[in-house]
Design a protein around this ligand. Structure first.
Ligand code: GAL
Length: 298
């Protein structure tokens, strides 16, 4: 089965609100979106809109408007659909376990005819679609809320895709060596109990590039093995560890003269400059450790 059939979308961390992004491939029954964040301390409302596009003028239809509203005592959730710039009949769900200033975990599970929403792991509401699910291809978040992470999952990513994953260690050779701007993309899914994930570029007598994700101490580092010894590991500077069990990841590695540029899940991180290396002498890419791989493009 084509791996791109599955939701292969990196998570989004700390988006600036208001925020809207495309849902790769649109929504389909069985997909889930997990949103972790916290309600503003003086919040009156926020909303998560599952939209048909990201247009503001004319405003995109909103198949599912999920709108917690806060009064002094409790939180109500208003759900509705916006069609051709008009709100349909709204539904109100009282007593939501969401509180001003507190963090939350929301899980939206999209089924054939309805979406099920759980808050903090407890089922809270169902909303029957009034617009076709297949038209929904964007999520927008607005209002008094801070979002830590949005992750895009298929119902059971491991079960549904494991047959399509290539196992590690995986090796690709470069008979002509590497050249500048020869981009390497690695997409994969971290295992359930990960230990370490490494990505190496090797020549016959050296390893000019090694990326290590260590799940034990949650560190991410570069190193190189040149002249018979390893150098000092160098931290990859990220605000938090970017790999999680059972989550997709995407690594983009771009060699240039004297350095390697790297982006993880679409976000550029600091470059790595090994003491010496010659791109043409690099003959192999090796990926080892706690992941299954969807695609390795060189
Ligand atoms: C309106 C409000 C909209 C939306 C809608 C849902 O009163 O202005 O932002 O929440 O209710 O029915």
């Amino acid at each position: 089965m084509d791996p791109l059939h599955f939701l292969l979308q990196p998570p989004v961390f700390y988006p600036i609100i208001p925020y809207a992004c495309t849902i790769f491939g649109g929504l389909r029954p069985g997909r889930m979106i997990l949103i972790q964040g916290s309600v503003g301390t003086c919040a009156t409302r926020f909303q998560i809109d599952f939209q048909c596009g990201c247009s503001t003028r004319p405003r995109s239809d909103v198949a599912f408007h999920f709108n917690p509203r806060f009064s002094s005592s409790d939180a109500n959730i208003i759900c509705n659909t916006l069609r051709k710039d008009h709100w349909l009949d709204e539904l109100k769900f009282s007593g939501a376990p969401l509180r001003k200033g507190e963090s939350f975990v929301l899980l939206f599970l999209f089924l054939t005819d309805k979406v099920k929403v759980s808050i903090g792991g407890q089922h809270f509401l169902d909303f029957t679609y009034r617009l076709p699910l297949k038209d929904v291809d964007a999520v927008g978040i607005y209002g008094d809320v801070t979002i830590k992470e949005i992750s895009f999952l298929s119902s059971n990513p491991l079960k549904s895709v494991s047959a399509d994953l290539q196992k590690t260690p995986l090796s690709k050779t470069f008979p002509m060596g590497l050249s500048e701007c020869h981009a390497i993309t690695v997409r994969g899914l971290v295992t359930v109990n990960p230990d370490e994930l490494t990505l190496l570029l090797k020549s016959s007598d050296s390893i000019p590039f090694k990326l290590t994700a260590n799940f034990q101490d949650q560190s991410l580092s570069y190193n190189s093995f040149i002249g018979q010894s390893w150098g000092q590991p160098q931290n990859v500077q990220t605000p938090f560890f970017l790999f999680y069990p059972e989550r997709f990841f995407e690594i983009l590695l771009l060699p240039e003269a004297g350095l390697f540029r790297l982006a993880i899940n679409g976000t550029p991180v600091n470059d790595f400059r090994p003491p010496v290396f010659d791109l043409k002498s690099i003959e192999e890419l090796q990926i080892t450790g706690s992941a299954g791989l969807f695609a390795v493009q060189c």
